[in-house]
Each structure stands twice: as structure tokens, then as C-alpha cells.
Design a protein around this ligand. Structure first.
Ligand code: HEC
Length: 135
């Protein structure tokens, strides 16, 4: 039971994730991930609306964008711990889910539950994957 609880908490959107997102991502990506942050209008490339793009991406694709950056988006691999990058990956998923109707979301529920029950740190070993830039 305790383990179950820990999994749920670990997988839910939480204050730690909100705070980190607010600090690192909000200015560009906006409060709802719609790409309407304070800085967005002044960027040469508008940040995408997570709701449009993220559902087609795999977890490792999203993690790579966060760790290595894309276009004007800085690479966060050097400044965030792997666990924090994982948090942001989940945050992006949560934001992309916001505003969806239930039917849409239900299709992915099993996937999400599956995703949340896997100890990603162990499976992917991204302690080494996240930081080091590829040669
Ligand atoms: C300086 C502004 C800026 C900051 C800060 C920023 N991003 Fe981005 N982000 C962008 C832009 C612009 C793109 C689109 C890049 C492109 O495709 O050229 C992007 C793309 C992405 C994508 C890919 C979306 C997709 O599906 O195409 C993800 C995921 C993402 N950002 C997450 C984050 C997270 C998480 C943070 C905070 C840790 C963050 N970003 C911080 C500007 C920013």
C-alpha cells in the first residue's frame, strides 16, 4: 500500500514540478504550455502548444529536447538533474493533457499508468544519458 501511494504521488503533478516549470520553462512555454509565455512573442521561433505536439512524441524524444535543447530553447541537461528532467517530461505530459476531453484521455490512460509504474531511472539509466552531449 505504501509503495502504491508513493507511486501515485511520484507520478502526480506536484508543487516541486510546478515550481521548477515556473522557474525554467514558464516564460517561454506559458502557464498552460500553450506557447504563450511572457517571452514567447519576442522569440524568433514560437514555442509549440504542447497540446498539439507532445502527444505524437515519445518520452525519449521529449526528454532529449529538454536535455539538449532545440532551436532557441536552451539545453537543460547541464543545469537540471536527471530526476528533474524526468519531472519536466511529466509536466509537459500533464500540460498536454489539460483541456482534452475525457474520451481522448481515456485512450491513453493505460499507457500513462504503465509509464508511471515503471522505475524510469533504473530502466533507462539516464544518469549518463542526460548530461553528456553526443559526440
Ligand atoms: C527561451 C525559451 C524557452 C525556454 C526557457 C524553454 N523552452 Fe521549450 N521550447 C522553446 C521553443 C522555441 C521550442 C520549439 C523549438 C523548435 O522546434 O525549434 C521549444 C520546444 C520544446 C519542446 C518540444 C515540443 C514539441 O513537441 O515540439 C519541449 C518538450 C519543451 N520545449 C519543453 C521545455 C521545458 C520542459 C522547459 C523547461 C525546463 C523549456 N522547454 C524551456 C522555447 C523554450
Amino acid at each position: 500500500m505504501l509503495v502504491l501511494l508513493a507511486l501515485c504521488v511520484g507520478c502526480g503533478r506536484n508543487e516541486r514540478m510546478d515550481a521548477l516549470y515556473a522557474e525554467r520553462c514558464l516564460n517561454c512555454h506559458g502557464p498552460g504550455g500553450g506557447g504563450d509565455g511572457r517571452l514567447a512573442a519576442s522569440l524568433p521561433v514560437r514555442p509549440p502548444d504542447f497540446r498539439d505536439t507532445v502527444q505524437r512524441k515519445s518520452n525519449s524524444q521529449i526528454r532529449n529536447v529538454i536535455a539538449q535543447g532545440a532551436g532557441v530553447m536552451p539545453a537543460f541537461g547541464p543545469v537540471l538533474r536527471p530526476s528533474e528532467i524526468n519531472d519536466m517530461l511529466q509536466m509537459v505530459r500533464f500540460l498536454s493533457r489539460e483541456g482534452r476531453d475525457l474520451a481522448w484521455w481515456e485512450k491513453f490512460d493505460t499507457l500513462v499508468v504503465a509509464h508511471c509504474s515503471i522505475p524510469w531511472e533504473t530502466v533507462l539509466g539516464y544518469d549518463d544519458a542526460a548530461g553528456a552531449p553526443k559526440p
